[in-house]
Unconditional design. Structure first.
Length: 404
């Protein structure tokens, strides 16, 4: 096992480089300077290693567009934190530095410890083009108080699709403005993020979205809406608002992620728990979504070794990702420090287990176009414009033209 180099040792190692001692300045683009990479970049810059990292915030909605423009004009930064499904678009075009050999020689980075989903997002044609910042995924939150009131066992939440549907029917309470289930089927990446695991649990994938069984997943989603078990605005609201419905006591269950744990602890005035996403049938295949960002070095950086040294420093701080930033580490075996809230700690363990089944969206350089076809499919079915298999077959045809 490779050793984890602490900050002081790493700083001493870096300060021994004559070139870096003369001063190297790197630039890093990120969605937020208070995210782990922003904080760690500031720490790294304050070490006696001759490297300074200038951090620039780019709005999430602008990050890909601004980066594509910068790459085209040669004005890109040295480093970037980028949403994991967008990683392949740059790696496949040679914009990101191939760090495969550097990782193999590193005393710090153990890429085999990265969960399969995040590791897939870092890889293009069997070469490595970055490290994960963190990971998130989705699971099922449920209101234990409402379970008790409906005669359901709060210690035995739904484990299969049939159980989920039956629980939603029993928990649905229109007279008290309570829906059985909340989720996001928005025509956006959030909707794809939520639907794709259901397709995968049914035996499909992004490039076989019409595989036998996927229509069952889409039919289940339609049943939730047709029977009034989910709110009509499921079609338009994002994950944040869906979870807000649950927090406010207006949904008995919600499909959401670990990013909500802090809000759950402060806003939810009831007993709640988290369980793995229900599978299609008992013993069935598990899957879940994979979110959060990766860190990459641009291929045209003038200081690849200094940039890679920052990746090593970032990796060495993996045990801080959860307690300081409430993000799930993408590396297996990283202990989750207790928060003092038993519900959050129990939920974090569930999300850590769910991450083992989380799958990357793609990887494919044309992911946004692929995602749009998946969105069109589930939206057309949920709005009554098409039958499930018809919509999925149409999406599969369009996706096949993209990937082949």
């Amino acid at each position: 096992m490779k050793r984890i180099i602490g900050p002081s040792v790493l700083a001493l190692t870096l300060s021994m480089s004559g070139a870096w001692a003369q001063g190297v300045t790197l630039t890093l683009w990120t969605e937020s300077a208070t995210a782990p990479e922003g904080v760690f970049a500031q720490e790294f810059s304050e070490m006696d290693n001759g490297i300074t990292i200038d951090v620039r915030e780019i709005r999430f909605d602008d990050l890909v567009t601004d980066t594509l423009r910068a790459v085209a004009t040669g004005t890109n930064p040295d480093l970037i934190a980028i949403d994991n499904p967008d990683h392949a678009a740059f790696a496949s075009r040679g914009a990101f530095l191939d760090i495969t050999d550097r990782v193999a020689a590193s005393d710090v980075i153990e890429i085999d410890r990265v969960f399969p989903g995040p590791r897939s997002s870092l890889t293009w044609e069997d070469r490595i083009y970055g490290i994960p910042r963190a990971s998130n995924t989705i699971a099922l939150y449920y209101n234990k108080d409402l379970f008790r009131a409906a005669g359901l066992d709060p210690d035995s939440p739904p484990q299969t699709w049939d159980q989920l549907l039956e629980a939603a029917r029993m928990l649905n309470d229109p007279a008290n403005d309570v829906y059985g289930l909340a989720f996001s089927a928005r025509a956006s990446e959030e909707g794809t993020f939520q639907f794709l695991p259901w397709a995968q649990m049914a035996g499909g994938s992004f490039d076989s979205i019409n595989a036998e069984g996927v229509a069952d997943a889409l039919s289940l989603w339609k049943t939730f809406l047709d029977e009034g078990l989910a709110s009509p605005d499921t079609l338009t609201r994002g994950q944040w608002d869906s979870t807000g419905t649950f927090n406010g006591g207006n949904a008995a269950m919600v499909i959401s992620g670990p990013w909500e744990l802090g809000r759950m602890a402060s806003d939810a005035q009831f007993d709640w728990g988290v369980t793995l996403l229900p599978v299609k049938e008992e013993g069935g295949e598990r899957a879940s979504a994979l979110g959060d960002f990766n860190l990459a070095v641009f291929a045209n950086t003038e200081n690849p070794e200094a940039a890679f040294a920052f990746l090593e420093y970032f990796w060495s701080q993996a045990d801080r990702i959860w307690p300081e930033f409430t993000r799930m580490p993408a590396i297996e075996g990283v202990a989750l420090a207790p928060t003092g809230d038993a519900r959050i700690d129990a939920a974090a363990e569930v999300f850590a287990e769910q991450l083992a089944y989380a799958r990357n969206r793609g990887p494919h350089p044309e992911w946004p176009r692929i995602s749009q076809n998946i969105q069109d499919a589930f939206q057309s079915v949920l709005t009554g414009q098409a039958e499930p298999q018809e919509a999925l077959d149409r999406a599969a045809e369009e996706i096949a033209e993209i990937v082949n």
